[in-house]
Design a binder for this molecule. Structure first.
Ligand code: CP
Ligand code: NVA
Length: 287
């Protein structure tokens, strides 16, 4: 594997392998020291608690090292051409892990380097999150195949989009979006849309939610009002085996305090899985 800009960069076999390898690593299998003498640039234009730190730890565990940089402390701040930016950095490090606002900026970067690139979140896609979340489902429910996953909230966001990418690549689970009209996904695929949240959660294995306003989104009181019906509260949560949240959460917005606390072990297992999925991804890079 040379890049993960979206999950469409992976075959079904590769994605399934990463999910299952993440679970093995979570259970204590030793990582392959794949990154000895390799240096990765962690380039983030947005904040991160989980993705950045789990990837940095994963690189160290695999015997490599990282440099952290942002748009604010590079000449990107002053408008350096992104093509030049990529071509220069390609000569310094061995691989890239990048979080950007504009997905196109990531594509430009990837098109102009020869080294592996991993998308650590863009406005369009958050592929590594879904690799990790499918591994959490595999760990907690035995297998991800055949499960009914109900995504509640802003189905236009990056995490929702990567769920669709995973469905397209794997095709082996059921995906339902429950969202207000006007917030349906743009990417078409084999998922269902159920506008009635109580109908959507019937028979769900997993209820999954994310913030109503992603990084870079402008707050809108009208959107918040429409989203309230899709908040994961105890009335909806009682239908599911697991409630998952990629974090960070806005409690008492997309998820109630009581549901968050009830499912905290699931949600923090999900957060901790990010380390093992980062290791599985980095182990699989072809240099
Ligand atoms: N879930 C996730 O990507 O979290 P961070 O923004 O903290 O990396
Ligand atoms: N949709 C959220 C995910 C954060 C991990 C965002 O982009 O802010």
């Amino acid at each position: 594997m040379r890049k993960i800009i979206t999950l469409f960069d992976l075959s079904k076999r590769e994605l399934d392998y990463l999910i299952k390898r993440s679970v093995e690593l979570f259970r204590g299998e030793m990582p392959v020291k794949k990154l000895k003498d390799k240096i990765g640039l962690i380039y983030f234009e947005k904040p991160s608690t989980r993705t950045r730190i789990s990837f940095e730890v994963a690189v160290i565990k695999l015997g490599g090292s990282t440099i952290y940089s942002t748009d604010k402390d590079t000449q990107i701040l002053r408008g350096e051409d992104r093509t030049d930016f990529a071509r220069v950095l390609d000569g310094y490090v061995d691989f890239f892990i990048c979080r950007v606002y504009d997905h196109r900026a990531l594509e430009i970067f990837s098109e102009n380097v020869k080294k592996p690139v991993i998308n650590a979140l863009s406005n369009l896609s958050h592929p590594t999150q879904i690799i990790s979340d499918l591994a959490t489902i595999e760990l907690l429910l035995g297998k991800y195949e055949g499960k009914k996953i109900v995504f509640m909230g802003d189905a236009k966001n990056n995490v929702a989009r990567s769920w669709i990418e995973a469905l397209e690549v794997l095709g082996s689970f059921e995906l339902v979006f429950s969202c207000p009209e006007g917030f349906e996904p743009e990417l078409k695929s084999g998922y269902k849309i159920e506008y009635d949240p109580l109908k959507a959660v019937k028979g769900a294995d997993i209820i999954y939610t994310d913030v109503w306003f992603s990084m870079g989104d402008e707050f809108s009181p009208e959107k918040e009002e429409k989203m309230k019906k899709y908040a994961v509260d105890s009335e909806k949560a009682k239908y599911a085996k697991l409630v998952m949240h990629c974090l960070p959460a806005k409690k008492d917005k997309e998820i109630s305090y009581d549901v968050f606390e009830k499912f905290k072990d699931v949600i923090f297992t999900q957060a901790h899985m990010k380390l093992y999925s980062a290791i599985s991804i980095l182990e699989s890079i072809d240099f």
